[in-house]
Design a protein around this ligand. Structure first.
Ligand code: ADP
Ligand code: ADP
Length: 229
């Protein structure tokens, strides 16, 4: 699914112009990086796309349809969201954490069971070993894998990832990046990936959008960005 950001703005009530007239077409089935200095509006942009916060500027369109015309439950189903500290629920097992959105969507339990096993295989965690563990019994990298599985649980068209590997040590970070590339190779989602790490951007991105102070500075294929930095 393509995502068009059209003169997108977020002016917070205190006057902060977090996003200030962003025009950007995020292409279907590509992994697009949003990169830029801290405070340039990356997180705010993702939160407007999944409607965790309301925009103040023009529009966001999904394959041409305005976000205002999409049912919020449908939007939640279409968009997976993965953040830095994962936010796994500590009192729930791996299985239950991944099942949150499918249960919200009232899938039957048998379908959910199958789906969770499939997803754990996809992120390279043996379901037999990990399904019934609690988050406290997982390493940081394993938690993040569960976070990715949860983001993909309802087979969304779009995956929004906000510095998902930011808190992971360099070796495990490389492994997670490789896992993400393999997953994308298989699933081909529209992924919007926020980072401030240029090496991560170059490794993962099909396209890179550079932001500064809420505005788009440059947007191109990764190879082009490397050629004309
Ligand atoms: P980034 O993800 O690029 O670091 P953010 O989108 O988190 O940037 O923040 C963009 C700007 O908006 C920053 O100046 C930040 O301080 C500000 N900001 C974020 N959330 C709020 C809020 N709830 N109220 C006021 N200002 C905010
Ligand atoms: P809550 O009711 O506590 O908001 P939900 O049951 O709606 O939680 O979702 C559980 C978790 O699933 C959220 O904390 C969030 O991290 C994740 N999640 C999955 N899809 C989305 C999405 N499209 N937007 C925001 N969060 C999502």
């Amino acid at each position: 699914m393509a995502i068009e950001l059209i003169d997108l703005k977020k002016y917070y009530p205190d006057g902060t112009k977090a996003v200030d007239g962003l025009n950007l077409t995020i292409e279907n089935n590509k992994l697009t990086i949003l990169i830029g200095p801290s405070g340039c509006g990356k997180t705010t942009t993702l939160k407007m796309i999944n409607r965790l916060i309301e925009r103040t500027g023009e529009d966001i369109r999904f394959d041409g349809t305005s976000i205002d015309e999409i049912d919020p439950i449908q939007l939640r189903r279409s968009i997976g969201y993965v953040i830095q500290d994962v936010g796994l629920f500590p009192h729930m097992t791996v299985f239950e954490n991944i099942a949150v959105v499918p249960r919200l969507l009232k899938w039957d339990e048998e379908k959910i069971r199958k789906r969770v096993n499939e997803l754990l295989e996809l992120v390279n965690l043996d379901p037999e070993i990990y399904r019934d563990r609690y988050p406290a019994q997982l390493s940081g990298g394993q938690k993040q894998r569960v976070g990715i599985a949860r983001g993909l649980a309802a087979d969304p068209d779009i995956l929004l990832m906000d510095e998902p590997f930011g808190a992971i040590d360099p070796i495990n970070r490389e492994k997670l990046q490789d896992a993400l590339l393999e997953i994308q190779d298989q699933l081909k989602k529209t992924i919007v990936f926020v980072t401030h790490d240029i090496r991560e951007a170059i490794k993962l991105g099909d396209k890179i959008a550079i932001l500064n102070q809420g505005k788009l500075v440059q947007y191109d294929d990764t190879e082009e960005i490397l050629r004309n930095p």
